[in-house]
Design a protein around this ligand. Structure first.
Ligand SMILES: Nc1ncnc2c1ncn2[C@@H]1O[C@H](COP(=O)(O)OP(=O)(O)OP(=O)(O)O)[C@@H](O)[C@H]1O
Ligand SMILES: [Mg+2]
Length: 435
């Protein structure tokens, strides 16, 4: 079984890779012309553009960012009449990755989608929806969902466990399934995210996600200029991998840290030290991104966003710069009825022992003493902001019981960050090296 990947460059889709899967052997390469003409347009920040033929027992890690998950996966498995499991990943990409997040898609999936649309000729001309139609799941909304069978909204192109739809706003302000509106008519791209389940706790997590994102923005964490907004039980999240202007759409490179670390599959849990190493390897400004990542983790701990798995952090290429994307999927996940423990932790590279104090984490980071000092200084200043978290959360509309519950975790973070030594008085041993 094989497929062709396409990348969106200068307003058109260009063939960029050939993938072949034979049993447990996967082989892939760039077409020669692509390797010659587009050396700067990598499929993954961890892969160079060249004429090499790569062979491995699994699909390349970056393809896992394109595998349909959640509702989109279930829907497509039904359409393809396939049992679920790792063997389904490749066929799911070949049918479902016609319109994923980022700027890479699968040509065969585009054909699959076109065939599907051809079977539903009326699907093209459906009226646009208002946000109220989406919120109350109006008859128009249901028509859109059923006619497109989730494909038209691009549901198979966005990962994650919560049900969600990719929507695009037209010039009149109405919403359409992302896959059916032409770029020329698009003015804004959004993800409509619904609660993960039917329980009250699921609703509470999603309701507070909007407030959590405002808190992060207030603390100076990198967030999208347009923050998510809550409409009934629908969180409307403006996308940061697309820029629509003047009748054209720019699609930005976006890639999870799981992909950057070369992790094939969904269950792998790297140490946060490995995550930082991966970010630093590809970032244009490694020290800025390291500080940004650590601040996000301080907030994850203080505000108990436990679901910090390796696909909840991603990097993007924007205006020639490789950096962490704006924050996403930041919510009080400790409330999730599925009891989600903190997924990734700081396991010391040499001993594999978990470090739970920032002084220990900083001491073990393989950075220069100068950078370590800068990190310590920035984080001890951050402590002052973290101390004000209860008031900031209150102002941004986080539920009171959540604010109360977080008292202890906030205190722990404040205590640890305040204890960090500023650079002048810092006498840490020189850069640690690991075998
Ligand atoms: N604003 C955004 N712009 C572009 N891509 C985004 C944005 N928000 C999320 N994504 C992408 O969509 C994916 C799913 O979103 P999100 O993580 O919020 O969903 P989720 O269902 O809560 O995920 P999980 O299973 O981790 O709980 C993310 O992994 C990321 O790749
Ligand atoms: Mg997620």
């Amino acid at each position: 079984m094989d497929c062709t990947l396409q990348i969106f460059l200068d307003d058109r889709w260009v063939d960029c890779a050939q993938i072949e899967l034979n049993g447990s052997r996967c082989q892939w390469n760039h077409p020669v012309m692509y390797a010659v003409e587009h050396t700067d347009a990598q499929l993954s920040l961890a892969e160079s553009v060249d004429t090499d033929i790569r062979t491995a027992p699994t699909m390349p890690a970056f393809l896992y960012d394109l595998v349909p998950q959640g509702d989109g996966r279930r829907f497509l498995l039904g359409e393809l009449k396939l049992p679920d499991g790792p063997d389904a990943d490749f066929p799911l990409i070949c049918a479902g990755a016609f319109n994923p997040v980022g700027r890479i898609r699968v040509a065969e999936a585009v054909d699959y989608f076109e065939t599907h649309v051809a079977r539903h000729p009326t699907a093209r001309g459906l009226p646009g929806l208002t946000i109220d139609d989406v919120v109350v799941r109006s008859s128009e909304f249901k028509e859109t969902m059923f006619l497109h069978g989730m494909l038209g909204t691009g549901t198979t192109g966005v990962q994650g466990a919560a049900p969600k739809y990719l929507l695009t706003r037209d010039r009149a302000g109405l919403l359409h399934g992302d896959a059916v509106l032409r770029d020329a008519d698009a003015t804004q791209h959004l993800i409509a995210k619904l609660p993960r389940g039917n329980s009250a706790a699921d609703g509470k997590v999603l309701r507070n996600e909007a407030a959590y994102m405002r808190v992060a923005a207030a603390l100076g964490i990198r967030t999208h200029a347009d923050l998510p907004t809550l409409h009934g039980d629908v969180l409307l999240v403006p996308r940061f991998d697309r820029i629509a202007s003047g009748g054209k759409v720019v699609r930005l490179h976006q890639e999870s840290v799981a992909s950057i670390l070369g992790l094939s599959g969904f269950e792998l849990r790297p140490s946060l030290f490995e995550v930082v190493a991966g970010i630093r390897k590809v970032a244009t400004d490694p020290s800025t991104e390291t500080l940004e990542f650590i601040k996000r983790d301080v907030l994850n701990l203080a505000m108990r966003n436990t679901d910090n798995h390796a696909r909840n952090t991603a990097m993007q290429l924007v205006e020639g710069k490789v950096q962490l994307t704006p924050l996403f999927d930041f919510a009080p996940m400790y409330l999730d009825p599925q009891l989600i423990p903190r997924a990734l932790r700081w396991y010391r590279p040499d001993t594999r022992v978990e470090l739970t104090d920032w002084a220990d984490v900083l001491a073990a980071l393989p950075v220069s003493d100068h950078e370590r000092g800068m990190l310590a200084q920035a984080l001890s200043q951050f402590a002052v902001q973290i101390e004000r978290l209860p008031d900031i959360m209150e102002a941004q509309g986080v539920d009171h019981d959540i604010i109360e519950f977080l008292t202890r975790s906030i205190d722990t973070q404040v205590g640890q960050l305040k204890a960090l030594q500023p650079p002048e008085t810092h006498h840490a041993a020189s850069e640690p090296t690991y075998p």
